[in-house]
Write a protein that binds this ligand. Structure first.
Ligand code: BES
Ligand code: ZN
Ligand code: ZN
Length: 502
């Protein structure tokens, strides 16, 4: 999809559809909506008076213009109550509009800048949200459909029409930033929606290499031998059951002079999680093809960061493997040694995410990262705690956690912090090794136990753990969130890099 801004008058747009808006409770439309209403001899006002248009949030009304203005269709988008209206609402509305206009004959859409008029929101942020929402709403994963199963077609172009040239000048770079953010998110979705037979660790490494090369970033993939040399016994223990070789990926972005990294992004890359010998039930196991959304988010975020060029050094790391119950697989009770020398008792082979992250976090620190943020579909328990509304954040550093929270909020991604009290430490203490990979005896706090395990590998490096297991896959389209892989985390991570660079 192509997105651009034009200065001009929306009433003379020749697009296949024109999008205007209305706050709930307004009886006579103002601004650009008012201008379109007048050009249509008051058709919108009449629909409001009749009660057909109420301006409620999520309401989309198609009005046929019957030759009164050049565009054949006007969509009146309800903005809801003025006091509830914000940038997130614009992003969601823009996504819903693109889906609504997925119908015959609509290829180009012109829209007014929702929020930048009477709502008084900052014009740049409004434009960015419109770009993001449009691209995220248009996303579909159709790679494995042989026949086009609908004739509705796709919206190919969205034009933001702004009448004030000064405002348009402010909006243009913000739209470009929104396009980068959304394209990165859609890249994450493309990777995560792939089935595991098509996206093995080897294929994921190849895709990551292509992304890195296209963005001019340094790329490295550690093979099994390289991991053995580094003593990554924790990751290797997960890979043992699989016929597919594991890969530990590194993508480096350097935006400032000097060595070291101001930020490491570490993403869980289990291309399929059967649970291993502690095998999962059959029902719903297919969802575990997406147990690499953390890795995909990191790869995608690196692409976005490279495009936006903040003055900061960032390394993206993705430990990638399958978790399979093979003849050589790890067994409950096995003890392995991670890269930092800590011994781990594997009590449940299905708690494999923390095992691969342990070595990845050690490597991030060896590479000289002064902050570590990991992103992982780590626990089913986070869904019990938080549902699909927000992701869990755990940390050893309040400042870094606050930065992640701010970055996520700016992206319209909700987060919630879970505690890391000392009392939880004993849940990962082992009788036979330094630590164990699960809590036992069902003492609860499953999500925190996962974080407590990873904490053993971060040392005193400021660190945030994002458990995205509740939000990474959507069951239906909902605003910017798509059915299937949602892209959660990508824009949080890009915003974080931008924020830390300031
Ligand atoms: N990949 C799963 C977590 C998961 C579950 C993600 C559902 C998305 C949806 C993870 O590897 C796992 O299996 N975790 C176990 C941990 C337990 C054995 C301590 C879990 O949550 O049950
Ligand atoms: Zn698992
Ligand atoms: Zn897993």
């Amino acid at each position: 999809m192509d997105i651009r801004i034009e200065t001009g008058d929306i009433t003379s747009s020749t697009a296949d559809a024109v999008v205007v808006n209305l706050f709930e409770g307004m009886t006579s439309p103002g601004g650009a909506t008012g201008a379109v209403d007048r050009a249509l001899d008051g058709a919108i006002s009449r629909l409001i008076a009749q009660g057909d248009i109420r301006g409620k949030s999520g309401e989309l009304t198609l009005v046929h213009t019957l030759g009164k203005i050049p565009t054949p269709r006007v969509v009146v988008a309800g903005l809801g109550k003025r006091q509830d209206f914000d940038i997130d609402a614009i992003r969601n509305l823009s996504a819903n509009v693109v889906r609504f206009l997925r119908r015959p004959g609509v290829k180009t859409v012109a829209t007014i800048a929702h929020g930048a008029g009477i709502a008084g929101l900052p014009a740049a942020a409004c434009a960015q949200a419109i770009a993001e929402g449009s691209l995220l709403g248009a996303y579909r994963f159709t790679r494995y459909k042989s026949a086009k199963d609908d004739e509705n077609g796709e919206v190919e172009t969205v034009v933001l029409v702004e009448h004030d040239p000064a405002k348009a000048g402010v909006m243009a770079p913000a739209m470009a930033r929104g396009v980068v953010m959304a394209r990165a998110t859609n890249l994450q979705r493309d990777l995560a929606n792939e089935p595991s037979n098509h996206l093995t660790p080897t294929v994921l490494a190849e895709r990551a290499r292509q992304v890195a090369e296209a963005a001019g970033l340094e790329f490295e993939a550690l093979e099994r031998a390289g991991m053995e040399l580094k003593g990554m016994g924790s990751l290797l223990s997960v890979a043992k059951g699989s016929a597919q070789p594991p890969k530990m990926l590194r993508i480096s972005y350097r935006g400032r002079p000097g060595d070291g990294y101001d930020l490491a992004l570490v993403g869980k890359g289990i291309t399929f999680d059967t649970g291993g010998i502690s095998i999962k039930p059959a029902a719903g196991m297919d969802a575990m093809k997406a147990d690499m959304t953390g890795a995909a988010a990191v790869i995608a975020a690196m692409e976005g960061i490279a495009a936006l060029k903040p003055r900061i050094n960032v390394v993206g790391i993705a430990p990638c493997t399958e978790n399979m119950p093979g003849g050589a697989a790890s067994k409950p009770g096995d003890v392995v040694t991670a890269m930092n020398g800590k011994t781990i008792e594997i009590l449940n082979t299905d708690a494999e995410g923390r095992l691969v992250l342990a070595d990845a976090v050690c490597w991030a620190r060896e590479l000289g990262a002064s902050r570590v943020v990991d992103i992982a579909t780590l626990t089913g328990a986070v869904t019990t705690a938080l549902g699909d509304v927000c992701y869990g954040i755990m940390t050893n550093n309040g400042d870094l956690a606050a930065a992640v929270e701010a970055a996520a909020a700016a992206a319209g991604e909700k987060t919630w912090r879970l505690p890391m009290f000392k009392e939880y430490d004993e849940l990962v203490k082992s009788d036979v090794a330094d630590i164990k990979n699960t809590g036992t005896g069902n003492r609860g706090a499953g999500t925190i136990v996962g974080a407590k395990f990873i904490e053993h590998f971060v040392g005193d490096t400021p660190w945030v753990h994002m458990d995205i297991a509740g939000v990474d896959i959507g069951d239906k389209d909902r605003g910017w969130v798509a059915k299937g892989a949602t892209g959660y985390g990508v824009r949080s991570l890009i915003n974080l890099a931008l924020e830390l660079a300031e």
